[in-house]
Design a protein around this ligand. Structure first.
Ligand code: ADP
Length: 183
C-alpha cells in the first residue's frame, strides 16, 4: 500500500470513525443523507427528523428540495447538533450514471457550507450506503479522499466524524485509516 504523505497524515489526525447514532452527536453540524424532496424518509433521514422534531420538517418544506449532489443547510432544532446539512446522494445503478462524481459532489458541497459557516466539527453518515446501495468500499474511498482534500485548505475544521451505524461501513473506514504512521 502507498505510504501516506505528510498532508494526508495531518488530515487523518482530524478524522474519527465512530460506531454511533449520528443524531446523538454534539457537533456544529451533522450531515443528513436526504432525498431530493428534503421532506424526510427512512434510514438516517428518518432518524434525524424524528430526533430534531417537527420544526425541522417545516424549515425543510420551505427549501424547495435539493438536487442530487447538492446540499442545503438548516438548524438542528432538538438535536444536540447546531445545524443539519442535508445532502442528496446518488442511487447506485451500476456506476455508469455519474454516481461517483455525484457522491464526491455531496462531500464537497457539505465542506463548502462548513467553510462558509466556519464549522469546527462535522459528522457524516455513510451517504448512499443504505437503500441507495452504493458499494461501501468505494463510497468510503470517495468520502475520505474528499475529506482529506477539504482538510488541506480548511484550517477551521478540528474534527470530521464518520458516524457508522453498521459493521460494514465501520470496518471499511477503519481499514482505510489503519495504515500506521511510517509502516
Ligand atoms: P441512503 O438513502 O443515502 O442510502 P440510508 O439512510 O438508507 O441513506 O443509509 C445511509 C447510511 O446511514 C447507512 O450506512 C445506514 O446504515 C446509516 N444509518 C442509518 N441510520 C443511522 C443513524 N441514526 N446514524 C448514523 N448512520 C445511520
Amino acid at each position: 500500500m502507498a505510504q501516506p504523505t505528510d498532508a494526508q497524515e495531518a488530515a487523518m489526525d482530524r478524522i474519527s470513525v465512530l460506531k454511533t447514532d449520528i443524531t446523538t452527536l454534539d457537533v456544529d453540524a451533522i450531515v443528513n443523507a436526504a432525498n431530493t424532496t428534503l421532506l424526510g424518509g427512512g434510514g438516517v433521514d428518518g432518524a434525524i427528523h424524528r430526533a430534531a422534531g417537527a420544526e425541522l420538517y417545516d424549515e425543510c418544506a420551505g427549501l424547495g428540495g435539493c438536487e442530487t449532489g447538492g446540499a442545503k443547510l438548516t438548524k438542528g432544532y432538538r438535536l444536540p447538533a447546531r445545524y443539519v446539512i442535508h445532502t442528496v446522494g446518488p442511487v447506485w445503478t451500476g456506476g455508469d450514471r455519474g454516481e461517483r462524481d455525484l457522491l464526491a459532489s455531496c462531500y464537497r458541497e457539505c465542506f463548502r457550507i462548513a467553510r462558509e459557516r466556519g464549522f469546527k466539527t462535522i459528522a457524516f453518515p455513510a451517504i448512499s450506503c443504505g437503500v441507495y446501495r452504493f458499494p461501501v468500499d468505494e463510497a468510503v474511498r470517495i468520502a475520505l479522499r474528499e475529506t482529506q482534500e477539504a482538510l488541506k485548505t480548511n484550517g477551521h475544521i478540528e474534527k470530521v466524524i464518520f458516524a457508522c451505524f453498521g459493521e460494514d461501513t465501520y470496518e471499511a473506514y477503519r481499514s482505510y485509516l489503519r495504515t500506521p504512521k511510517g509502516a
